[in-house]
Design a protein around this ligand. Sequence first.
Ligand code: ZN
Ligand code: ZN
Length: 1024
Amino acid sequence: MVFDFSGNLDLPQLEESVLRYWAEHDVVDRYLAHRPDGRPWVTYEGPPTVNGKPALHHVFTSVYKDVYPRFQTMRGRRVERRGGWDCQGLPVEIAVERNLGLRSKQEIVEHGVEAFTRACQEYATGNIGEFRRTLSRYGYWVDFDRAYRTMDDSYVESVWWHLKEMWDKGLVFEGEKVLPYCFRCGTALSSHELAQPGVYRDREDRSAFVAFPLLDGSAELVAWTTTPWTLPANVAVAVEPDREYGVYAGPDGRKLVLAVSRAAQVVEGEPERVLRGSDLVGRRYTRPYADDIAGAEGVVVGWDGVSDDTGSGLVHLAPAFGEDDAKVCAEAGLPSPNPVDEKGEFTSGPYAGTNVLEAVPRVLADLAERGLLVREHGYTHSYPHCWRCATPLLYWAKPTWYIGTARVKDRFVEENEQVTWHPAHIKHGRFGNWLENNVDWALARDRYWGTPLPVWRCANGHDTCVGSRSELAEHAGRDLAGLSLHRPAVDDIAFPCPDCDRTAHRVQPVCDVWLDSGCMPAAQQGYPATPGSTLRDAYPADFICEAIDQTRGWFYSMLVVNTLTHGSAPYRNVVCLGHLVDDDGRKMSKSLGNVIDPQETLNRFGADGVRWYFFNSGAPWGSRRVSLTSIDQRVGKDLGTLWNVVHFYRRYADLAGFVPGDGAFEPEQVLDRWLVSRLNALVESVTEDLEGYQAHLAAQSIAAFVDDLSNWYIRRGRRRYWSTGETDRGAFATLHLVLARLARLMAPFVPFVAEAIHHAITPAGEGGVRPDSVHFDDWPVAGPRDLGLERDMDTARRATSLLRAARTKAELSVRQPLAQGVVVGLPALPADFQEIVREEVNIRSLAMGDEVTLPVGHLVQPNWRRLGPRYRQLMKELGEAVRTLEADAVGKLRAGSAVTLAVAGQEVTIEPDDVSFQEEVETGWTAVADGGAGAAIDTTLDEGLLAEFRTRRLIRTIQVARRDLGLDIQERVLLWLDDTALASGEEIAREVLAVEVHPLSALPPADGEPYRGEGFALRPASGR
Ligand SMILES: [Zn+2]
Ligand SMILES: [Zn+2]
């Protein structure tokens, strides 16, 4: 046998030997090439970003990405399982900047872009190893040797192809827009990046009510801002045309204009004058900061978007620093001064060279000095931060590249209709809403390590989009084989503009890293430039799976890119996983110190322990609580129990010399037939659940089956595996059949344990196990079920638990046999099931069925409050008559009818309300009831029952003595019994494997050194 099955389940140790076996027999590689002729079943690997080390949530995602492909492979489908790594983008750049001690883009340029991107490549490559090791050790079987890497030139070239496809449809363009911008990273963020978790956090800023003096000197407009650094770019103040504004008396005789509804924020008292917003529109005021672009004057504009919840009812507009500001000012034909550069510093004016956020105190001080600061206060608000470096984002206008997704969003909505989401509410909820509110995809990043945007531009502004390396070579007029498609090599390629006589150079940006992962269905093959690449049988995916936040990430980028290039959604089923949280429901984070290291869980529980926990702790889309204790409990309860059954089978099959036959096996005994039917039910439900992407339900069913197998089937049938008589082949064959199927059912969930069971149940020396790995086996097909039998067994178990409860209530030892038991409220059972119940609860006879009643009597008491006034003179006789009513009269009264009695010669009619009932269990019985059913046991113990109890107890004591002596379970003994036990000598001898029984009085004084117990002595028979 390959594995050690002798001890308790030690998963980490067992898995090491399974890993050795897989390595020696090349199991993983053979698995990946398995079923070459099967009908394809397609899955895509959502590439993890390889910065840092793999975390437990990577394991969580991986086991769900693993279980369905394994299931489909066993069903005969050809599943290409190609790994993938997301190697480019800001996450990698930031880590490398940190490693190299670089603090800005300027320092990257000084360090050298080539050296920097090389360092990024090395960093990504270096991390792949660690990810691969950890995920493989967890039994995640994907082809890592052929894994796609988004940084490979063939991949980048395919991303170019996708962009060119969209370019040709007119969907890629450059435009100036106000975007959230990270000044540390020096790049804009897209709307889906802004929707990442953790982006919005509370931030305390200084906000100000600022005066904008009207040119005619009549009054000052008061507007509120939380970003005082934007005031140098102010060109307008917005009012709501239909709203009421008041002119208020301010300090020092000033006249302040505020919305009537908001004035209390700044001034007290009533307005001196009330105007409509429309009266103010067109009035001109002095800008806080004059400049060459917008001059010295600003203008009041009308806008319906003025908030009534905050501020003064007047809004300061700086079109370079706000999306709405830009829109309103553009409509009013106003200029847009932008005095801030890509480093987040002022380029002109009094604060030139200062970071905008650092300039805020100076701005406020200047305004105060000039008498323009009406009021200032701290303000805490939810504010977006860079999801990678946590720097506060600033809204900033700059020309950037877009994919025009908003104008074609209906196509995404349409394609989403073809997708099945798990859980279902994602489709029209989280994801559907996101699609409905689609905005153009800000595509460009002003960075270094990413897919270079393949657009070349000449000095006349002609743009050429390049879709492949060969196209670029054609433009350049030279062979570019071997050219790195990364920065800076690709930046050095220039070519004559096809539209004029100037030279075209590549535009600076690289592409959003989400574009890379969105292109993966085709790009993983280097499609279409790589010879042999094809989407046939490889598109769309039948299944993909990632964490739920990918609705704004990978799920989104995949749908957009592929709908626009291949014309359809790239996936049919999407499983969205929830987040891992600790036992208190808190998100795992380094700062809270509640992060669980996947290596630690591996060392303690093995891969399968963690896998099993992830499958069997609730629906995967909810938040998943993880603690070492909860994993431990789950593993012990299910896998530990199963392991004991396997161990039991192996041990007794060896003792009995049982070898499973090749042919079909039909169980005959009732427990065997039940277990096989129950197994077929399990095969049906697990198959259905895995087809429906409900692995957690399948795992729950398996756990329930293991419990039935161990705590009912084995428990009831234990003696059939170990007797001195003939081997019960049916028992062994049934258990073998069930364990063999169970190994296959569990293979997708716990690949190590399933492999071990697969080998455990085939004896050694048989020419090896076929197939040599459970993972090459076929998925089991459900056989016929016997529903009547399953129902009867459920009834038997229900009856058993009721009778057991009655025993517990009577405080009787389970070894004490009882004469009889009664079960009511359950259908009568066939004789063989009744025997199972009798044996389990140790009673000699059992009554159940419709005509059986609990041994309960009804005590009837007269209700004198009603009877007294009517039969005052008959009280004594009537009381006696009521208490001794016949059963059928009691039945009538309980059923609500009156009865008539003759009492002392007088006819008396008794209504149901004239009496009350008390139920009482008859003496000598103990009864319990539960949900319409009930049971009672006869607790009377006669001499025969007591004697049997003594015999059972003695057998038990002798068994313990055998164990204490270290006797093998097969070893025969000689036995001496005292006189009271001798009567049951034969039964005792059979149970304890005694070949001879003698009276204790006949124990020869010098007969070796026998073991002496109370009322018996024994000695190994072989010692004679
Ligand atoms: Zn940043
Ligand atoms: Zn040109």
